[in-house]
Design a protein around this ligand. Structure first.
Ligand SMILES: Nc1nc2c(c(=O)[nH]1)N[C@H]1C(S)=C(S)[C@@H](COP(=O)(O)O)O[C@H]1N2
Ligand SMILES: [Mo]
Length: 313
């Protein structure tokens, strides 16, 4: 189980945060020399979100190196290749950026992202992240709880699910010219999952803005679910009564369920989910045992009581 900040003394949290931040800065600077997509900034320069406080749900874990996370991305709008997508995504323009809110809510509309960011205080959350492809990492995200944002739109009693949609622009997102998925990419959550305090809207990582390849300017982070639920470059949020149709579920419903809760005892039809390769670990490092709900069971298991996690995968 992941230890949250509440369980560790403040002094240790501070030390850990300073350590993580320093490490991120050094690594980002080192990465800038070798990876062309990184901004050419000096070590002394202040990161945009360096002063964002650590949130109560942040885990006491050592983050991956920045380049592990920024240099190996799943972003099919640009490419199915994890290093190509990191380069191609630099073409995306992330400002101005609007989010359309519609469906079962009293206050729908089109909102500017910078206004949303003014009304939703940011915090840092270090979370484990587990891709369905059986690799994992630990990332210090910068974001705000999705629950607080959704409440601002006053969902009605018919809002049982929330659907999220990624930008569609095949001129920039060149991967959208291929039919590898049905575009635009869509994801969804049950309303109680969307309102869960662990569910984060991220706009940054490693004390700075999100790199474009990691989903800038705004992405979802649902740490107890497989990574494909954590949709990038969100332009639309829709409250609805019926379960959303998601891009991956449409492409292969027997492989990618709507819930997609991390579960080592439910294998993917083509591979086991019992272990995971930790990004950045050497080839001789044994794989890590995958945890039910990615280690967040004490926080989320109660919302699935009575649900068959095997058939509702
Ligand atoms: N719009 C969009 N969101 C997406 C994806 C994608 O291809 N398009 N890939 C998903 C998958 S499979 C994973 S594992 C994570 C990867 O996030 P990262 O690239 O920041 O590590 O993003 C998810 N969100
Ligand atoms: Mo993934």
């Amino acid at each position: 189980m992941i230890k949250t900040k509440a369980a560790i003394p403040e002094r240790e949290v501070t030390d850990q945060r300073v350590f993580a931040a320093r490490r991120a800065i050094i690594k980002a600077a080192a990465g800038a020399a070798t990876l062309s997509f990184l901004p050419g900034e000096s070590v002394a320069e202040q990161k945009k979100y360096a002063k964002v406080p650590i949130g109560p749900y942040s885990a006491d874990l050592k983050p991956n190196d920045f380049e592990d996370v920024a240099g190996y991305t799943n972003y099919y709008e640009f490419s199915t290749n994890k290093t190509d997508s990191s380069v191609l995504a630099q073409r995306l323009t992330t400002r101005p950026w609007t989010i359309t809110v519609e469906g079962e809510c009293e206050k729908p509309g089109v909102f500017d992202l910078d206004d949303i960011l003014k009304n939703n205080p940011l915090e840092q959350r270090i979370y484990r992240f587990r891709c369905v492809e059986a690799w994992s990492m630990v990332v210090p995200w910068i974001g705000f709880p999705l629950a607080g944002l959704l409440k601002q739109f006053k969902p009605t009693s018919k809002a049982r699910f929330v659907e999220f949609t990624t930008l569609y622009n095949p001129f920039v997102m060149v991967g959208q010219k291929s039919k590898v998925l049905e575009w635009p990419y869509k994801e969804g959550l049950r309303i109680d999952e969307a309102m869960h305090p662990l569910t984060l809207m991220a706009t940054g990582m490693y004390d700075d803005e999100l790199p474009k390849q990691n989903g800038a300017p705004l992405r979802l982070i649902v740490p107890w679910k497989y990574g494909f639920k954590s949709i990038k470059a969100i332009v639309k949020i829709k409250f609805q009564e019926s379960m959303p149709q998601t891009a991956w579920n449409k492409s292969a419903s027997n492989e990618y369920g709507f819930y997609a809760n991390v579960n080592p005892s439910v294998p993917h039809p083509r591979w086991s989910q019992s272990r995971e390769r930790v990004l950045g670990a050497g080839v001789f490092t044994p794989k890590r045992a995958t945890e039910l709900f990615n280690g967040y069971g004490s926080e989320v298991a109660s919302i699935y009581v009575g649900m068959d996690l095997k058939s509702n995968f």
